[in-house]
Design a protein around this ligand. Structure first.
Ligand SMILES: NC(=O)c1ccc[n+]([C@@H]2O[C@H](COP(=O)([O-])OP(=O)(O)OC[C@H]3O[C@@H](n4cnc5c(N)ncnc54)[C@H](OP(=O)(O)O)[C@@H]3O)[C@@H](O)[C@H]2O)c1
Length: 240
């Protein structure tokens, strides 16, 4: 009887630790992480190429995925093409790389699909391109507006703070990697994105919670620089 109770306890303990473990795995991202990319333009295709080269399966997406055939063939066997819905379903991690004016539409179309997933938000709002949402960002800050439109996802702002040509030029550079500032509220999501920043060939700098993303928003003093982590950390007041 006593031994039955002990073994029942042992089974319950094992079940509890297995549940905890699978919860932890679900919270981060497996290795290699599958990455779904919404928007296969300048940023999406540049980062998709870097991650594919690092061994991550990537799905680039378009509302016309048949047009991505040549692009994904050029990125090698780890790259594939799909619709935005397919890329979200595919990814352990999602990169959002579309014009900011599309965010309200994304929120309407995909909020249920990315719920609980790690989402890297690379979008910036510009006056010339983004209309009404640009005004919203001017009023509330981009961190708050992204949190609103990407609600339900575990959002990390990242790869927004420089031109894609600098990412293409500096990936894996010698003599002090280029630093990429990231910010988010979820520690596991930040860890997963830090790893993907490293795999793409850069040094991540975790600046703080999502609200801190405003400190490296487009137009901020550190925007579009090619600094190392100690240099950028000093300017953003972040010690590593
Ligand atoms: N360019 C840069 O250097 C840079 C740097 C940092 C951050 N950013 C930011 O990253 C984002 C993307 O910039 P980009 O230069 O890569 O843009 P881009 O080259 O114009 O590509 C944007 C992609 O977004 C897709 N798209 C547009 N509306 C969509 C919607 N409603 N639903 C799904 N997909 C949609 C388009 O795909 P389809 O039309 O094929 O569906 C297109 O491939 C912007 O917010 C930008 O501010 C850009």
């Amino acid at each position: 009887m006593h031994s039955d109770r002990v073994s029942r306890r042992a089974v319950l303990a094992l079940a509890a630790s297995a549940a905890l473990m699978s919860g932890a795995q679900a919270q981060g991202a497996p290795e290699p992480a599958r990455i779904g990319i919404i928007g296969a333009g300048n940023i999406g295709s540049t980062l998709g190429g870097l991650w594919a080269k690092a061994g991550h399966p990537v799905m680039l997406s378009s509302r016309h995925p048949e047009e991505l055939k040549g692009l994904v063939e050029g990125l090698g066997p780890k790259a594939s093409a799909g619709t935005p819905a397919e890329a979200i379903a595919f990814g352990d991690v999602i990169l959002v790389a579309v014009p900011y004016k599309a965010y309200p539409q994304l929120a309407q179309d995909y909020a249920g699909a990315w719920k609980g997933k790690v989402v890297i938000d690379a979008g910036n709002a510009t006056q010339a391109r983004d209309g009404e949402v640009y005004g919203e960002v001017q009023t509330s800050g981009i961190a708050a507006v992204s949190a609103k439109y990407l609600a339900g996802a575990r959002v990390v702002r990242g790869f927004n703070a420089a031109n894609y040509k600098l990412f293409a030029k500096n990936a894996h550079r010698e003599g002090g990697r280029m630093a990429i500032p990231i910010a988010g509220d979820d520690a596991q999501a930040l860890a997963a994105v830090s790893k993907l920043v490293s795999d793409a060939g850069f040094d991540p700098i975790a600046v703080g919670p999502l609200a801190k993303a405003d400190s490296f928003a487009m137009g901020s003093p550190t925007f579009n620089l090619e600094l190392t982590a100690p240099e950028l950390g000093a300017r953003l007041g972040v010690s590593r």
